[in-house]
Design a protein around this ligand. Structure first.
Ligand code: ZN
Length: 160
């Protein structure tokens, strides 16, 4: 069976940046299982997997436009410490939930000053070229319900 829209696909993957630093991997854990064609994966990776079958091994370099998007420097803001939640750890790398005009978003603390911090609402991987090595472990057709729910049903994955 080949991967097409609404296939339920399990993959082993390793993600590195252009310097070879590993950013993410399923190695040592369960494969990632997703529904193809519903936006679970970044567009560049879905495109590379389309039409592949079990056992297929692919290597693909994905540009930011087909990954987590380009960086937008307007999404970086200086915030006075007095506007930060009391007792919150103000260390570089700390993530916060913030509510903005487009709803809840995750912001990352990227710089600390004496009286202020800098928060970045860009995705951590925005602007980054992504190098994926992927092996297709399993492919099956989705049940009628799964694409509707937007998630996979099955042992260890999701229960109702
Ligand atoms: Zn469900």
């Amino acid at each position: 069976m080949k991967i097409s829209d609404h296939s339920v696909v399990s993959i082993d993957y390793t993600l590195t940046d252009d310097s070879g630093t590993e950013l993410d991997s399923s190695r040592g854990g369960d494969p990632l299982t997703y529904i193809h064609g519903v936006g679970d994966l970044i567009p560049g990776l879905e495109r590379a997997l389309l039409g592949k079958g079990i056992g297929a091994a692919i290597k693909v370099r994905i540009a930011p436009e087909d990954g987590y998007g380009l960086r937008d420097e307007n999404m970086v803001a200086r915030v006075p410490r007095s506007h930060m939640p009391k007792g919150a750890p103000l260390d570089v790398g700390t993530q916060f939930q913030a509510s903005g005009p487009e709803g809840e978003q995750v912001v990352r603390l990227v710089k600390v000053e004496d009286d202020a911090v800098w928060l970045d609402a860009n995705h951590e991987l925005a602007g980054v070229h992504l190098n994926f090595e992927v092996t297709v472990v399993a492919v099956r057709a989705a049940t009628d319900e799964e694409p509707e729910h937007g998630h996979v049903h099955g042992p260890g994955v999701h229960h109702h």
